[in-house]
Design a binder for this molecule. Sequence first.
Ligand code: NDP
Length: 331
Amino acid sequence: STQIQLAARPVGWPKASDFRTVTVELGALQPGQVRVKNEFMSVDPYMRGRMNDVKSYVAPYELDATMLGGAVGRVIESASDDVPVGALVVHAFGWRDVVQEDAAGFRVVEEIPGLASSVYLGMLGMTGLTAYVGLTEIAKLKQGDTVFVSGAAGAVGTAVGQIARLKGARRVIGSAGSAEKVALLTSKYGYDAALNYKDGPVREQLASLATEGIDVFFDNVGGDHLEAALNSFNDGGRAALCGAISAYNTTEPVAGPRNMSNLVTRGLTMKGFTVGNYAEHAPAFYAEMGPWLQNGEVVFDETVVDGIDHAVDAFLGLMRGENVGKMLVRI
Ligand code: NDP
């Protein structure tokens, strides 16, 4: 099995020498084990946090050990009745081409005809669920709300805009980092308006697009985006804090929004969340998202990098914004 290990803890932006590729001999299958050939592995922003040796909601990656992450693959050998040969499985043993572990570590997915297995890592997987939980449970989206989404052209963001629209948002505004992404948000993803945060201060750009204010903010970016949202909120506004990617590779302390007093004066609610704590919403999510995908009410993009040898490049590309929709590695 070809596997990618963390060789050194990155300082600031990770570099190639922080990782190493190894070949691991897999022994004979033990009772209860399965062997899975991975088809796609996920690269995700949270993995940057796991490369640091700090206490967080997921354990740090161990040095000189194969990294973990979401992946989807096909069972090629099985010593378990629950997870038979041929089953498509989603699991957390990414960063390798073949994995052999106890069957309990794998979730068999019900395949939807016409959808490639990669969808179970994106729109019908962790990032889709994050968007769904964040909007419905955390931000308590209501009919008629105006919604602002940062990181809108990424895996989570493209899901947020479409779910908001399907759940009755009145106006959906997105932010992304290129003219192409901004155009895609309005032409393909149901956004009413979008801004390029590299074109000028987000606070001013948002104010001009949200002349009647915003009710919900779904934040993937933090920093200036959060400050802009706090400025544009209507009374009783709600923010779901999902991520703060603008700070993941910085070594300096991050400045907070300078206008937090709006929380008081406008009666705002801000709530952070990690999707792992909301797994009980997964069945409701699958029940809605499956049909939305099948009947074309939800569309998606994937940016696919070929070969496990390019997995680190895919991860760095994600952090630089080279993806539209879900960033994936085809194994
Ligand atoms: P994306 O597909 O959105 O990819 C990351 C994107 O972030 C890039 O494409 C880039 O787009 C943007 N970006 C990078 N640097 C900056 C910056 N300095 N300022 C603004 N945008 C930047 O990734 P995901 O959809 O997987 O994740 C989105 C966010 O959601 C992340 O913050 C992640 O940590 C968080 N997350 C949280 C979860 C939870 O449970 N709370 C679960 C999953 C994800 P651009 O070209 O627009 O800059």
